[in-house]
Ligand binder design. Structure first.
Ligand code: SF4
Length: 481
């Protein structure tokens, strides 16, 4: 999971890119990068948070009225500077590209690029495969001196037919304009925004609407599955449908990943989390539980907890305080690091939970280690009973589309019954959202979602192969840790 932005239309666009990336920091904390273009590409990338990578001296030299940016959360490829984005090439044009997602036919594309074009990727980042697939198609254009939006869209279309998986992409095509496109299922978000200025219309594309809020841009719309957009250097906006298999938007963007003040496909993320909480109330009542208070696991459990409390008619209190200066445990890739982070980042407010029957709401349960730790923290703080509530249904399958929620052997719900999980985490009761309720929530609003990690129904071809590769890669990383 990563965050991307792209802007075109006013001088020193780097300041909009910086603000946009800062708003997307929750989508990736491993690395950050910006590329702008003015006569030449200007680039700065580094490992770590946006504010630590970019200093004023870098912003000064990142010149131009067009640029793209990326925050990285490592899935495919190691967390090294060479894998940070954007990534560029010089032929047939200068092109710089960044993406959010994960390719599932990595080896097939690598092999084809080598066999057909003798192209060898220089990194283990799957973006390179999208970039070179696109470039190889663009080279087929009749007149490389006068590439039109139609030529660019044809190259994207052919790329979408070959590259499987989840990908939202932004790119600068030197001296031509800003390109953005989605995978055929529109699994990852990408939103178009604009702002009217004295210099004319400035356009932007971003992973979430919060970027536009902070910059005072107007949100135009979400890109459709497969849709491509090209804004030329004269700021004319071109768009085309692209190759599409129908929408399968990642439901976890709503459950966990996106910021709560973002709108995805016109729905407020916070509002959808409240709904999930309300739905859970029925299950709490059916289980005969009568909690005194509801608390949330900060911060992604907050809105589901408030929905649950509202529906049950009991108070929602802050019972755990999170230190904001330690990374999210889900984002950290090593088990030892994750456990250490949980210990340090959550502190109970004992007065709130002491002697109470506490319903504690988290967005999901992945490996169970975080939940176990939370239950212990609350127990030590004096809670009388602890009911653990998960806003997501049991996670049964790995994600192959860019969320590193681990392999099947590490997913607790894939290996234990609900009762065994309750026992393992030490809670007095454990309640999960049901898949049916969650599906209905999004069906009712007319949004087709991917729920493969919950249901096993992967929307892209050859998912078994991708799953096998992820398992092998994880095994390799584990051995080398
Ligand atoms: S498998 Fe799960 S996390 Fe991955 S894209 Fe689908 S819904 Fe999202």
């Amino acid at each position: 999971m990563c965050g991307i932005v792209g802007f075109i239309g006013r001088e020193k666009i780097v300041y909009d890119l910086m603000m946009g990336l800062t708003a997307l920091q929750h989508r990736g904390q491993d690395a950050a990068g910006i590329t702008t273009f003015k006569k030449l590409f200007h680039e700065k990338k580094g490992l770590g948070l946006v504010n630590s990578v970019f200093e004023e001296k870098h912003l000064k030299r990142l010149d131009g009225d067009i640029g793209i940016g990326h925050v990285r959360y490592t899935t495919h490829g190691s967390n090294e500077l060479k894998n940070a984005q954007p990534i560029g090439t010089n032929y047939p044009f200068g092109i710089s590209m960044a993406h959010n997602g994960n390719i599932t036919n990595f080896e097939e594309i690598s092999e084809r690029l080598y066999q057909e074009y003798h192209i060898l990727p220089t990194t283990t980042n799957d973006l390179e495969l999208i970039l070179y697939s696109f470039v190889s198609e663009l080279r087929r254009s009749k007149d490389l001196g006068k590439v039109s939006p139609e030529d660019i869209f044809n190259a994207v279309y052919a790329t979408q037919q070959k590259v499987h998986g989840a990908y939202s992409v932004v790119a600068i095509i030197a001296n031509h304009g800003l390109l953005a496109f989605c995978d055929p299922n529109g699994i990852r978000p990408l939103i178009l925004g604009k702002k009217e200025t004295a210099e004319g219309t400035v356009y932007g594309v971003a992973s979430e609407t919060v970027c536009f809020d902070h910059l005072d841009y107007e949100v135009v719309r979400d890109l459709e599955p497969g849709e491509m957009i090209f804004i030329d250097n004269n700021r004319n906006l071109h768009s085309r449908k692209g190759h599409s298999n129908g929408q399968r938007f990642c439901v976890f963007e709503f459950i966990y990943f996106a910021r709560e003040d973002s709108y995805l496909h016109t729905r407020l993320v916070a509002g959808q989390r409240v709904k999930m909480g309300r739905q859970l109330a029925k299950k709490v009542v059916a289980a005969g539980l009568k909690p005194d208070i509801v608390i949330d696991v900060p911060t992604s459990g907050y809105f589901a907890a408030s929905g649950l409390a509202e529906e049950l008619g009991i108070p929602h209190r802050r019972g755990l305080v999170k230190s904001n200066y330690i990374g999210r445990s889900f984002i950290s890739s090593k088990q030892s690091e994750r456990e250490d982070i949980v210990k340090r980042k959550l502190n109970p407010i004992s007065k709130t939970v002491e002697g109470k029957k506490v319903a504690v709401v988290d967005d999901s349960i992945v490996r169970g280690t975080t939940s176990k730790r939370i239950v212990k923290i609350l127990r030590d703080a004096g809670a009388a009973e602890i009911y653990f509530i998960s806003a997501a249904p049991p996670l049964l399958n790995p994600c192959i589309y860019g969320i590193d929620m681990s392999v099947t052997t590490e997913l607790i719900a894939a290996n234990k019954t609900t009762e065994d999980i309750r026992n393992y985490i030490g809670a007095d009761a454990l309640i999960y959202q049901t898949l049916q309720e969650l599906k209905k929530q999004f069906d009712d609003m007319g949004l087709n979602t991917c729920m493969a990690c919950l249901s096993g129904d992967y929307p892209t071809p050859n998912a078994e192969l991708a799953l096998r590769q992820i398992e092998e890669e994880r095994l390799f990383v584990k051995k080398s840790e």
